[in-house]
Write a protein that binds this ligand. Structure first.
Ligand SMILES: [Zn+2]
Ligand SMILES: [Zn+2]
Length: 373
């Protein structure tokens, strides 16, 4: 099914101002909000409007949409990665509340969106960089099928609690220096349900609810970073009074890597080289996310020199190119020398004199000046 153009959905021109977009959204969302419009299909229509608004009202997303269309480099909500999109904007409940002034005074019997769920997923450094498709299991409470939620064995019905007479609450009288006070508390005989079950349902043990595990397929885009989250629409708790379900937020926890460090889309690493390699130059092999890469070390390389491998970083999660890999060279001073090696170094030192070379001479002069002042 091809998606409609977001501007068309909102009924605005491609050059519409933010204000015009907001006005159009406000008008359409009032018209199609499932709390107001009970016509079949209004729910879908409302979602379409909300999705369009979420993209077009955001400068960065709008620019990306204008350039790439629905598919985008990564796709928008419901497009590129199977009904999932990034956090950063709330569910439509949030937007509803922003425009319609809170949900506090709403009818308790009106359809309401189910609660959002949060799931923390731990990824390896590589999984975060390359993305992956995985199945997650979400524990969820569901009505027991055996007893249809009553908690009583099929064929029996729960009795009204004789202690609270079905109210679920007990009055407790207390004598205090200020007189007699009546407190209400939850009935401890029926735990506030007002009912006592003689023959408990064997499936749920009288709870009327069972915990089930639901499997959800999640497509993690490449380039996700530690602490980022992804929204999977409609996979939260079921809606109340026939309302839409909540969303599932998958929060990512990315493990550290023993060799690489990541900052944004760039990768940093340290490469040890020998004194001889640094002085004479060499070609070394550097591990990258994409396999080993040869790096030329020029003769006379100092410790701390940084080299850059373009495009060997992480692919940007929103499709804005790829980062670089930065290599920090560390010259290792040899510690276990043979007598022959020591002699060669002494000879080397004799030929070189006390000062390392012109480059360092000026550096040592600076140090000397710093101590004099
Ligand atoms: Zn049951
Ligand atoms: Zn009771």
């Amino acid at each position: 099914m091809s998606k409609r153009d977001y501007y068309e959905v909102l009924g605005v021109s491609k050059s519409a101002t933010k204000d015009e977009i907001k006005k159009a959204y406000r008008r359409l969302s009032k018209q199609y909000h499932p709390d107001i419009n009970k016509e079949p299909g209004s729910d879908e229509k409302f979602k379409e409007i909300t999705e369009a608004y979420e993209v077009i009202s955001d400068d960065q997303k709008r620019a990306q949409y204008d350039q790439f269309g629905h598919e985008g480099p990564q796709g928008f909500g419901g497009g590129g990665f199977g009904g999932a999109d990034f956090g950063g904007f709330g569910g439509f409940e949030d937007i509803f509340n922003t425009f319609f002034g809170g949900g506090g005074r709403r009818d308790p019997n009106a359809p309401r969106q189910g609660s959002d769920l949060q799931y923390t997923m731990t990824l390896t450094f590589e999984e975060a960089a390359f993305g992956k498709e995985t199945i997650i299991e979400i524990p969820k409470e569901e009505t027991c099928d055996t007893c249809n939620g009553s908690g009583a064995k099929p064929g029996t019905t729960p009795d009204t609690c004789p202690h609270c007479h079905g109210s679920g609450q007990l009055n407790v009288e207390q004598n205090t220096p200020f007189g007699r006070i009546v407190n209400r508390r939850v009935c401890n005989h029926c735990d506030g349900t007002g009912k006592l079950i003689k023959d408990k349902c064997r499936t749920c043990g009288g709870d009327g609810k069972v915990r089930k595990r639901r499997k959800i397929n999640v497509k993690i885009p490449q380039g996700i970073d530690d602490g980022q989250q992804m929204r999977v629409s409609g996979e939260g708790e079921p809606g109340i009074n026939g309302g839409p379900p909540g969303d599932l937020y998958v929060v990512f926890n990315v493990k550290t890597h023993e060799f690489f460090e990541r900052e944004g889309d760039d990768i940093y690493c340290e490469m040890p080289i020998t004194f001889a390699q640094a002085a004479l130059g060499d070609e070394i092999e550097v591990p990258t996310l994409y396999g080993k890469v040869k790096l030329k070390i020029p003769a006379g390389t100092q410790t701390g020199t940084r080299f850059r491998l373009r495009g060997k970083g992480v692919h940007n999660v929103r499709g804005y190119g790829t980062g670089d890999q930065h290599i920090h060279v560390k010259v290792i001073t040899p510690t276990k020398l043979t007598e022959q090696q020591k002699q060669m170094l002494r000879d080397f030192a004799d030929i070189s004199g006390d000062t390392p070379d012109e480059h360092h001479e000026s550096f040592f002069d600076k140090v000397k000046r710093a101590f004099k002042s």
